[in-house]
Ligand binder design. Structure first.
Ligand code: FRU
Length: 506
């Protein structure tokens, strides 16, 4: 079943059109993201039996274009001994594991076994393998599991990649000791036996457990001779917007240890006062457990996050399915403001099939809200806007506005000229009462470029994903507005602001 809603049965309220959600039941972290034989595989933390966390198994969906996803049968199911927690998958091209048959490289999943009371390893988390020799359709657990056990209760979320060093290649695993705020690194020649390399952390944000790490190399400004390594560390709570969030470090990796060049201060931050100086994957509340695909052609680095937050994930409105993934994001390192930063671009669900609904050229912004015509409204829209704030106190977009309750519902994306911050305010976005932490305002400092602010916004029924200044900062938030809250408006506080251009595509 495709995640693009075409059937009436699936077209229930809030079900996203562009974002993957399981047909039924609960979903959290993306797992085992891998490209193989023309197919992108998205595995994910899934409860096959209910719309709350539990019975953790790997759900599975496949896509040829990273936009249309076909749900597949559960790939790895929990049993009485273990739950299947997060992890990664690789194409074992040289059959180092020996799991391949007939010269066909196996797909190997490296996942965390979270052992249940029925297991002799009860209470532990250790790393295990499963493999597929039929393009991910069926999976077999390795008889020698677990392959890496530290006798720890919080050792999880292995991300494995092939490292090509001067002295030959080997597999590297990054995983976490979650409570210690440590990323631990191991190496292997066959995925089955692992040798300790090094430990990174604690560093920067440590206000919650460290989970779902990732480590990859990217060129800076597209220059293959100038690269940096990106270490991703998700943490919950303790994210920049509150609750779950993802941070990243830039530095070097020599095949043994990652050395950060972006650690603001060593050790744990007691007061959190330097949080905004750390590298963040997203400044909203709903982008967590983000990790990247392996084996993507052309060296592209593509990430997906879980579009939710552990603070309230169990309470969000459910129609039998709960939680969606973010759009797929291509990440790059670009020099902005004199230093390399991670910039992100959504794989555009409308690139091939969008219809321009409305466009405006340059014009002065009237103070207050200027509503766009009905043809520019909707709950599934891409909005591209460029503003010149000028003398206006604020400029921005009013989204998902209207509603039966006197038109008071709205989600407001505004740039504040005085503070230099872009904010997304969902306090009046609709149903916000299901959890006390849900009504929130997210903020990120965004420098204007030549006096201009560029925004790309994806609205998809229950979410707002904002890419500001060509991917320099992103804000991802869920919203649960009423059905009739579909209006879009231009916002200006005071005179002197200019709309340079606006395009609404659906
Ligand atoms: C992150 C996480 C992982 C764990 C999984 C369990 O959201 O807590 O650390 O493997 O979810 O579902």
């Amino acid at each position: 079943m495709t995640s693009l809603n075409t059937t009436a049965e699936l077209d229930c309220r809030y079900r996203p059109k562009w974002h993957y959600a399981a047909e039924r039941n609960w979903l959290n972290d993306p797992n085992g993201l891998v490209y193989a034989n023309g197919v992108y595989h998205l595995f994910y933390q899934h409860n096959p039996h209910g719309d709350l966390w539990g019975n953790m198994s790997w759900g599975h969906a496949t896509s040829a274009d990273l936009v249309h996803w076909d749900e597949q049968p559960v790939a790895l199911a929990c049993d009485e001994q273990e739950a299947i927690f997060s992890g990664s998958a690789v194409v074992d091209a040289h059959n180092t594991s020996g799991f391949g048959v007939g010269g066909v490289p196996p797909l190997v999943a490296i996942y965390t076994s979270a052992y249940s009371p029925a297991s002799p390893l009860a209470g532990r988390q250790a790393q295990s393998l499963a493999y597929s020799t039929d393009d991910g359709a069926t999976w077999t657990k390795y008889a020698g599991n677990p392959v890496l056990d530290r006798a720890s209760a919080d050792f999880r979320d292995p991300k494995v990649f092939w490292y090509d060093g001067a002295a030959g290649g080997y597999w590297v695993m990054v995983a976490v000791e979650a409570l210690e705020h440590e990323v631990v690194l191991y190496k292997s020649s066959d995925l089955k036996s692992w040798e300790y390399l090094s430990t990174f952390g604690p560093a920067n944000a440590t206000g919650g457990v460290w989970e779902c790490p990732d480590l990859f190399e990217l060129p800076v400004d597209g220059d293959a001779g100038k690269t940096k390594w990106v270490l991703v560390v998700n943490l919950s709570p303790g994210g920049i917007a509150g609750g779950s969030g993802g941070q990243y470090f830039l530095g070097t990796f020599d095949g043994v240890a990652f050395r950060s060049e972006t650690t603001v201060t060593e050790g744990r931050q007691a007061d959190g006062s330097r949080m905004a100086e750390y590298g963040w994957l997203d400044w909203g509340r709903d982008y967590y457990a983000a990790v990247s695909f392996s084996n993507v052609p052309g060296g592209r680095r593509l990430m997906i996050g879980w579009m939710n937050n552990w603070q309230y994930a169990a309470a969000t409105p459910s129609d039998g399915w709960r939680s969606a993934m973010s759009l797929v994001r291509e990440v790059r390192l670009e020099t902005r403001g004199g230093r390399p930063v991670l910039v992100q671009e959504a794989v555009d669900p409308l690139e091939a099939a969008g219809t321009e609904l409305f466009a405006l050229g340059g014009q002065e912004l009237a103070g207050g809200v200027t509503w766009l015509p009905a043809g520019a409204s909707g709950d599934v829209l891409r909005i591209d806007a460029e503003f010149r704030p000028g003398a206006a106190g604020k400029v921005g977009l009013v989204l998902r506005a209207g509603g039966s309750a006197g038109g008071s519902e709205r989600t407001v994306l505004a740039y504040d000229s005085v503070s230099g911050e872009l904010s997304l305010d969902r306090t009046a976005s609709g149903n916000v009462g299901f959890h006390e932490t849900f009504p929130s305002v997210e903020r990120v400092a965004v420098p204007l470029v030549d006096g201009r602010l560029r925004l790309r916004v994806f609205l998809d029924r229950c979410s707002v994903e904002v890419f500001a200044q060509d991917g320099l900062a992103t804000i991802t938030d869920q919203v649960f507005p009423g059905d009739s809250s579909t209006a879009v408006g231009l916002l200006a506080e005071g005179d002197g602001g200019t709309l340079v251009s606006l395009t609404v595509t659906g």
